[in-house]
Design a protein around this ligand. Structure first.
Ligand code: SF4
Length: 337
């Protein structure tokens, strides 16, 4: 029986592993964490339809029961070696006929933007921390009261020359709109602001969500950049910004300031892509061709899927995983292996 290693038990890894196992392959699914799907199980609701992330996670986890999958938890892949003289790919010293890299992403460390005050002043949170509060259904300011005013800031760690990330993370615009609506559902009287450079509402129903945010929830969108954030004597956050549409500076004091952190290649992706010789821009893994061969790599038998290649939504990640599974099957049946 042919053996495939899938590296990373996120949505892409689980989707591809279940399809490959259903086709009679022996699949080893490597996961460095103690549980799979950790980048999804920390979410509350998913855009654009507010699907419960827990239910979506459960449906994905059920796929792990497909016979033929061995889930290897707490098992980081430390070595990925190309075959020599017609041999097998070596993953942590074990041989495989093909390898699919689905090692995913991490989020930008907001401390790298010191001027935004994260980790220095109370009341400044990342979008992940806001997601956690939404999961718990409880949003409080720094003294445990209900916040009266919250501001979100887009593009933290993305589209930013200073930190070296020129690319757009694709998901944070719609995530901010989704989180802002959730805040208004929980605390209707709270004023909510979103500071943006551009709003990139490119996916199906994203634009409708943006309209709803304005018409039904009175969320205020300000085109502008925030130059700095600092603490006030009463443990609130003062932000200094420029409203670039009106062409004037502004100051705003808020109870909570939320930084929409972008996506970066995870440490595992960086390390394994470099070991395998497929490191692309910004440390993401590089496929052969984004149009016609987006799951194959420069090496026979090595494939890539999901957000280890670039920022990607969950919907796109799952579609990409199915496409990658097809490429792996085609390779294994082609006689090349
Ligand atoms: S999706 Fe929006 S917030 Fe995220 S990097 Fe792109 S423009 Fe900025």
């Amino acid at each position: 029986m042919k053996k495939v290693a899938v590296i990373g038990a996120g949505p892409a890894g689980i989707e591809a592993a279940s399809l490959l196992a259903a086709q009679g392959l022996e699949v080893a699914l490597f996961e460095k964490e103690s549980q799979p799907l950790h980048n999804l199980t920390d979410k509350a609701f998913l855009f654009p339809n507010f699907a419960d992330a827990r239910q979506v996670s459960e449906r994905l986890l059920e796929k792990l029961h497909t016979p033929g999958i061995a889930l290897l938890k707490d098992t980081p892949v430390v070595s990925l070696l190309a075959p020599t003289a017609g041999g097998s790919w070596q993953v942590n010293g074990q041989g495989f006929d093909a390898v699919l890299l689905t090692s995913g992403y991490t989020t930008f460390d907001a401390r790298r933007k010191e001027e935004l005050g994260y980790g220095i002043y109370p009341g400044i949170h990342t979008s992940l921390e806001m997601e956690q509060m939404l999961r718990e259904g409880k949003i409080v300011n720094t003294i445990g009261d209900m916040p009266r005013r919250i501001a979100f800031l887009q593009c933290v760690g993305s589209r930013d020359e200073k930190v070296g990330n020129h690319y757009c993370s694709k998901l944070c615009c719609v995530t901010a709109v989704k989180q802002a609506i959730e805040v208004k559902k929980l605390i209707p009287q709270c004023e909510v602001y979103i500071f943006y450079m551009d709003l990139r509402m490119w996916g199906q129903h994203f634009e409708e969500l943006y309209r709803e945010a304005q018409t039904d929830y009175n969320i205020k969108f300000i085109r502008g950049r925030i130059s700095e954030a600092g603490g006030t004597f009463d443990r609130r956050v003062q932000i200094k910004a420029e409203d670039t549409l009106m062409g004037r500076p502004m100051k705003l004091t808020v109870d909570l300031f939320v930084l929409m952190v972008g996506m970066e290649a995870s440490q595992g992706t960086r390390s394994l892509a470099a070991q395998a010789g497929i490191a692309g821009e910004y440390g993401f893994a590089q496929a052969c061709d984004p149009h016609t061969s987006d799951n194959c790599t420069a090496h026979d038998g090595l494939f890539v899927a999901g957000s280890c290649k670039r920022p990607m939504t969950l919907t796109d990640t799952l579609a990409d995983a199915r496409s990658a599974a097809w490429e792996v099957l085609r390779y294994l049946h082609s006689g090349l292996k």
